[in-house]
Design a binder for this molecule. Structure first.
Ligand SMILES: Cc1cc2nc3c(=O)[nH]c(=O)nc-3n(C[C@H](O)[C@H](O)[C@H](O)COP(=O)(O)OP(=O)(O)OC[C@H]3O[C@@H](n4cnc5c(N)ncnc54)[C@H](O)[C@@H]3O)c2cc1C
Length: 491
């Protein structure tokens, strides 16, 4: 705790310096899952805040820069696990609270911040405060999903639940989008399910995946794993298990292997890297390039290559009754498959998290993950993204703020309670920090100017230099070593 306090007071005095000079800053913790271009010059580095300080019977005290895999490794030996563990092992606790993060248990627990009891924050003027439902409750709720625009989170008290050894996983095959959407919804109502999500491989083939935690494996079943180089990528495995069958298929997956099942291949984003490099995509090449196919490495390469500027990475929450219409729309315009379905519990209002608008009021909403290459032409790419935002608004949905956001300031704020957010920023002296729109908006003109003036960016836009540069930067990061040393993997 002493070390923690020392680091926090260093962070606080750096923040105070910026406050005195009325300068905005960005938060750096050494990695990111966001695909927005990061135009950083003034930075507060919190990478040292990377320890789990305490695990007791119901809670863990965790510094913000602890990623999901290290968190699970710290709690599992106590027979405990956080209720919401984001599918990518590199997503941090601080990023999860400050951004929008959720997963296949979020239909039950809500977004990640809803499983947090309290946070410690360094406000924009350098003051260190605590926030919870009892103390500075407005800050506690308002900073969740506000992407660091109210201050820096420096400590989190997280809830824990009892862990079990395995997840009894059922793949329910579906043959239409309507059927899949309906099935996700009904499975969230089944009290036995701890996890529910789904993959749509095409309009007429999908799988809804449900999970129940259990300590037992019936005889005749072997644990199925997804973390080893010869293991299948999860989405390909589900595709092959549910193709041409009409009955549910059951498997037993060790708990942590289940939580990080999408890591290899980054759901299916990794497949795009093979097509970009015109590299064969098969079991052998996936084994050979396994070090490069974990999410940390994939996102390092994606950022460095410059390809993230034309890659669509969007998660969008919609009211259930409009989900099918929205999928018809993305099929007609983007033709990107597979799609991810993840049911989510809405957060209480007001919130900076995505929520549904309009008359279709419901405690639950459906997240649709659309990830794949967009058109090469910048203008067309921009137009398709703006149209997507408009369509989403028409259907009462909203995108997560981690990715490219093109809304004008006015359109952006129509989605949220701007007055509430601005009053909070004034109350907690955060107006020297960039506001949410400023942080998440992609300034296309600025980017284009940068691309013209910076020969490095220009060179990376030429195939395949960007790809090789991305691979080189990912190797340099050393992140390929992390999965090899991960103790959560089933051995
Ligand atoms: C491709 C992709 C896939 C994703 N998949 C999933 C998924 O499967 N499941 C899921 O739950 N989520 C997913 N997300 C969303 C992800 O959980 C959020 O974007 C999350 O905020 C990322 O956390 P990070 O640790 O990478 O933080 P960053 O991306 O570095 O930070 C997110 C924002 O929070 C701010 N921030 C970070 N740390 C702090 C802090 N300590 N104090 C204050 N502000 C801070 C940053 O400034 C930034 O604005 C995905 C995102 C992407 C881009």
């Amino acid at each position: 705790m002493e070390r923690h306090q020392r680091v926090v007071s260093r962070v606080a005095s750096k923040v105070k310096e910026y406050f005195t000079r009325k300068e905005a800053f960005r938060i750096s913790h050494g990695s990111t899952n966001s695909t927005r271009p990061s135009l950083k010059n003034r930075v507060v580095d919190i990478s040292e805040l990377n320890n789990v300080l305490k695990v007791d019977t119901t809670t863990a005290l965790v510094e913000p820069n602890v990623p999901m895999d290290r968190l699970v490794e710290a709690t599992l030996p106590h027979g405990l696990v956080p209720p919401v563990v984001m599918e990518f092992p590199g997503i941090t606790v601080g990023g999860g609270y400050s951004g929008t993060a959720g997963e296949s248990s979020s239909f039950q627990y809500g977004f990640f911040d809803r499983t947090i009891n309290s946070v410690e924050m360094v406000l924009a003027d350098g003051e260190v405060v605590k926030a919870s439902e009892k103390e500075n409750a407005d800050l506690f709720r308002g900073a969740a999903g506000a992407v660091g625009t109210l201050g820096i989170t420096t400590l989190v008290e997280l809830q824990l639940i009892q862990a079990r050894k395995f997840v009894k996983t059922t793949y329910h095959p579906t043959t239409s989008v309507a059927q899949a959407v309906k099935k996700v919804r009904t499975q969230t109502e089944n009290q036995q399910n701890h996890y529910v999500d789904g993959i749509l491989f095409s309009k007429d083939h999908g799988a809804i995946i449900t999970g129940e935690m259990t300590d037992e494996i019936p005889t005749g079943h072997e644990p199925q794993t997804f973390s080893h180089a010869w293991d299948p990528w999860f989405y390909l495995h589900v595709e092959s298990k549910t193709k041409d069958v009409s009955s549910p298929v059951i498997e037993y997956i060790p708990l942590a292997e289940y939580m990080f099942r999408y890591d290899r291949g980054g759901f299916w984003v990794g497949r795009s890297a093979f097509s970009y490099m015109s590299f064969p995509f098969n079991k052998f090449t996936r084994w050979f390039l396994d070090d490069f196919c974990h999410t940390r490495m994939l996102y390092r390469s994606l950022h460095a290559s410059g390809e993230s500027n034309r890659y669509v990475v969007q998660d969008m929450a919609l009211p259930y009754p409009n989900a099918e219409k929205f999928i018809d729309y993305t099929n007609d315009t983007f033709d990107i498959w597979p799609l991810w379905l993840c049911p989510l519990k809405q957060s209480p209002q007001p919130t900076m998290h995505p929520h549904t608008k309009g008359e279709l009021k419901d405690d639950q909403m459906l997240n649709i993950g659309l990830w794949g290459f967009g058109p090469k032409d910048r203008k067309q790419f921009l137009k398709m993204n703006r149209d997507l935002e408009e369509k989403l608004g028409e259907l009462g949905g909203m995108k997560w703020l981690y990715a490219h956001t093109y809304y004008s300031e006015g359109d952006f704020w129509k989605q949220f309670d701007r007055k509430w957010h601005e009053q909070l920023r004034a109350k907690y002296r955060a107006t020297t920090l960039p506001d949410v729109h400023e942080k998440v908006h992609v300034d296309v003109e600025k980017l284009e100017k940068l691309a013209k003036d910076d020969w490095g960016l220009w060179a990376r836009s030429i195939w395949p230099f960007g790809g090789f540069w991305g691979i080189w930067k990912a190797i340099q990061s050393g992140d390929w070593r992390i999965p090899k040393n991960s103790t959560w993997r089933w051995r």
